[in-house]
Ligand binder design. Structure first.
Ligand code: TXA
Ligand code: MG
Length: 349
């Protein structure tokens, strides 16, 4: 049976501690066309060698991910970017900007949209002529990429639509029996996915907010007299892009980051308690700490996905999130919460 046929069959998923020996073993699995999940500083990623079209396609099957949602390519060294992105197609100003952003934020939680190199398979970019590239800071991720011998594509290692994984146990819960191995490197430091920025446009577009903020990017872009804008939705941006290049592509409306429990965003403490009264199997979270009130749990970037998953494990019907000014100011968290919540938009007060 070849790998393509195996995708519908349960396979043995090896859970490996991220020791040097096991990183070497995981790199071998990747080189032979397998899929291995690994820790990054943001969330766990599900890796495949970027130039192995079959291995890349199996990622979409394992995750249940629509094939029109492109993947991020992960590089260990700056010069590796040339293998997947055609930097020569950037203007001199864009090249200088790329280098300045790289120097400031990489390795780290920043993903660049760049012109694609021809040999990158269409399965990676969903047929776009751009490619997303990031340089993870996590030493296990960097070492795995080096030993794999080529950059690795890695979407978050969750079942599509479910909250991203921030521990190896989350990955096993979602993907055991569907991928060859998981490297366990403990809990992820940041907890939400990288900031995605398109540096090919003026203003630059933030397609997905994250821990590197608009203000962070503006500090560097400003040196080139460029502005930065937050694009309302990456799906809308991708759809517009696809209409230019692949008019027959299907729609791009996905549900994201959502547990089975409803995620309800409320603007006041009072409303939070009212909701909790009508939905007894629920839990209230706030970004601001409420040390005196034990019925309000604290929410952070680091625990968001774990808590959404825990809500399902505990059989809750709802997670109620108190959206105060401090939370509203956190674009990365608000983006994930709005998408996880029904209706898809934050409450306005
Ligand atoms: O922190 C992260 O970025 C994690 C870790 C594993 O590195 N990865 C991750 O990958 O979040 P994924 O596949 O879950 O999200 C990739 C995002 C999607 O929103 C996708 O639409 C966008 O990047 N993307 C990828 N290629 C793109 C492109 N060429 N143009 C616009 N958006 C792109
Ligand atoms: Mg994802």
């Amino acid at each position: 049976m070849n790998r393509q046929e195996r995708t519908n069959v349960r396979i043995t998923t090896h859970l490996l501690q991220a020791t040097p020996k096991n990183i070497t073993k995981a790199a071998q699995i990747l080189r032979s066309g397998g899929n291995v999940a690994f820790p990054t500083e943001t969330v766990y990623g599900l890796g495949a060698c970027v130039f192995n079209d079959g291995a890349v396609r199996r990622i979409f099957v394992a995750k249940g991910r629509p094939s029109d949602n492109p993947l991020i390519v992960h590089c260990a060294e700056k010069y590796d970017v040339e293998r997947v992105a055609d930097i020569s197609r950037l203007s001199p100003q864009q090249q200088a900007l790329f280098h300045a952003l790289y120097t400031e934020f990489c390795p780290g939680a920043l993903t660049f949209i760049l012109p694609k190199q021809a040999p990158v398979p269409d399965s990676v970019t969903a047929g776009l002529d751009t490619v997303a590239v990031r340089f993870p800071k996590h030493p296990v991720a960097a070492q795995l990429i080096r030993e794999a011998g080529e950059p690795l594509v890695a979407p978050s290692a969750n079942r599509s639509g479910y909250p991203s994984p921030t521990t190896a146990a989350h990955v096993m819960h979602d993907l055991e029996g569907r991928i060859e191995a998981v490297l366990d490197g403990g809990a992820c430091e940041l907890g939400i996915e990288s900031t995605v920025v398109n540096i090919l446009t003026n203003p630059l577009h933030i397609l997905r907010p994250g821990s590197i903020t608009k203000e962070d990017l503006e500090r560097i872009a400003g040196q080139f007299e460029l502005k930065v804008r937050v694009e309302a939705s990456n799906e809308a941006a991708l759809k517009a892009e696809k209409q230019k290049t692949a008019p027959r592509s299907p729609g791009m409306k996905y549900r994201h980051y959502a547990p089975k429990a409803r995620v309800i965003l409320v603007p006041t403490e009072n409303e939070a308690f009212q909701q909790a009264q009508t939905i007894p199997a629920s839990r209230i979270f706030a970004y601001t700490a409420y040390p005196q009130n034990t019925s309000i749990y604290q929410l952070s970037e680091q625990n968001l996905y774990a808590e959404l998953r825990q809500a399902d494990n505990d059989g809750l019907d709802a997670v109620i999130i108190l959206v105060d000014d401090a939370l509203r100011a956190n674009a990365g968290l608000m983006n994930r919460l709005s998408k996880a919540a029904e209706g898809g938009s934050p409450p306005h007060t």
